[in-house]
Design a protein around this ligand. Structure first.
Ligand code: UDP
Ligand code: MN
Length: 261
């Protein structure tokens, strides 16, 4: 078995904090895999020092300086900047297999079994279930795949302007592929599903493995009181989503405490 890692991405200090919660949650669930992060030069030295404590490897990527072909393509399509940054995960060829996870995801149980799946395995997107959500996916690093993705981005762009559109165009066999590549929604449970389809959440929610706080409102936009261990901003999230938000804040508090000790 080759080297394997969970991989995330943070282009600024805010997402670094969220990435730390993800790493903490993976460790709390006793992962046996490495935990790796891609960052960009915008991340402050202070945030980087914190990441050092929670991640096995930190890779600083600079889209504009990285690879000539990518650089040229980016100059033609500057709007794809963040998208290109996520694609860098295919360059981590020191690993045989990786699981990419958005920094706004949090693990509730050990999910190391995901490494038994092949590229490209992912769960459906709740907004358009014929597509996969690109917040959690199993992939195999390869410079050739990276270059092919860059080329596709340059030639066709991304129909949604982000990485999800591009990746779904490239891995367009996903919907009709082997069922092992179509991961259960429990591996990428959109936190909003707790109230958009609350009966399903009541029935299946207890088996959730990964919560994804996707959308504009992120856990850090809510106020948390460590004194009373409660989320203060009650409007908006439903009661179940609040339980996940609490768990997110508790793990952030735990991580910060560990960092200070
Ligand atoms: N991201 C980042 N900086 C940004 C925006 C996004 O590092 O300014 C990374 C981060 O890992 C994040 C992922 O890209 O989780 C995808 O963005 P986001 O989760 O905000 O999108 P959503 O899941 O809500 O569509
Ligand atoms: Mn996300």
């Amino acid at each position: 078995m080759g080297k394997e890692a969970f991989v995330t991405l943070a282009t600024n200090d805010t997402y670094c904090r969220s990435a730390i919660v993800l790493a903490q949650s993976l460790r709390n669930c006793c992962t046996q895999k490495e935990i790796t992060i891609l960052i960009t030069p915008q991340v402050s030295p202070e945030a980087r020092a914190m990441l050092d404590k929670f991640f096995d490897q930190i890779f600083c990527v600079n889209v504009l300086d990285s690879k000539d072909a990518a650089n040229l393509a980016l100059l033609k399509r500057p709007e794809l900047g963040i998208t290109f940054t996520k694609l860098h995960c295919w360059n981590l060829t020191q690993y045989n297999k990786c699981v990419f996870m958005d920094a706004d995801t949090m693990v509730l149980t050990n999910i190391d079994e995901l490494f038994d799946h092949q590229e490209l395995s992912a769960a459906p997107d709740a907004g358009w279930p014929d597509m996969f959500n690109s917040g959690v996916f199993v992939y195999e690093p390869s410079y050739e795949t990276y270059m092919a993705l860059i080329q596709l981005a340059e030639e066709e762009g991304s129909f949604d302007g982000g990485d999800q559109g591009l990746l779904n165009t490239y891995f367009n066999q996903w919907r009709t592929s082997d069922e092992r590549k179509r991961l259960s929604f429990l591996y990428n449970m959109h936190s909003t599903s707790t109230y958009t389809y609350s009966p399903a959440f009541a029935r299946f929610g207890k088996d959730t493995k990964v919560v994804h706080f996707l959308g504009q409102v992120k856990p850090w936009h809510h106020k948390y009181s460590a004194e009373t261990d409660s989320i203060q901003q009650m409007d908006g999230p439903g009661i179940h989503e609040q339980a996940f938000l609490l768990q997110w804040w508790r793990q952030l508090t735990q991580a910060m405490k560990q960092f200070q000790d």
